[in-house]
Design a protein around this ligand. Structure first.
Ligand code: HEM
Length: 150
């Protein structure tokens, strides 16, 4: 198997997973905030899916991207758009690890402390905004990758 194609396949696969995990993130947070006492889902379910899987997909995209770079001459030999894309991906990783994961932890904690519904929904909407920011950054990064030779 051609290592360049293998690296590219793994890179795009995990980048797609990373994007997929952002879809509906805001709705899930709002649903979680609005759940009645009798239907309450264990927050771990969301924290696992949104926190750990998202971090894994992001890390794997970065790692496979680095692997791809090693196949194509290393960091110095990459066109500037790839450098920009790599930096944008690091910003995405930080957004997933900080405002989104911490937002979910705050939402879970606030719900179990009986915080008012309106405040829970406000926290959930903020998580949704950060998920939206992730999606826009992802699309921008994809553009830097595909149009890297322009
Ligand atoms: C959200 C993040 C990312 C997405 C969606 C993404 C997507 C892609 C796609 C679709 C390609 C293939 C483009 C084509 O051949 O037309 C590509 C190529 C590439 N990506 Fe990424 N990428 C991401 C992050 C990264 C990161 C963080 C790095 C480096 C650490 C990286 C390094 C590369 C390299 C070096 C290539 C070009 C390989 C070549 O010259 O053929 N990417 N990326």
């Amino acid at each position: 198997m051609d290592p360049y194609l293998a690296a590219r396949f793994v890179h795009i696969l995990f980048a797609a997973l990373w994007f997929g995990l952002t879809i509906g993130g805001g709705q899930k947070a709002l649903l979680f905030a609005r759940e009645g006492l009798d239907q309450r889902t264990d927050p771990k379910t969301f924290l696992l899916k949104n926190g750990i899987l998202g971090a894994f997909a992001g890390f794997a995209t970065l790692a496979a991207g680095t692997w791809l770079m090693s196949q194509t001459g290393g960091w110095e030999d990459q066109p500037t758009p790839i450098h920009v894309g790599a930096y944008l991906a690091i910003v995405m990783f930080v957004i997933g690890a900080l405002p989104i994961s911490m937002g979910w932890k705050k939402l879970a904690r606030s719900r179990s402390n009986g915080v008012a519904q309106t405040e829970l929904e406000a926290i959930a909407r903020r998580i949704g905004l950060w998920e939206r920011a992730l999606q826009l950054l992802w699309i921008s990064t994809l553009a830097t990758m595909v149009f890297r030779h322009i």
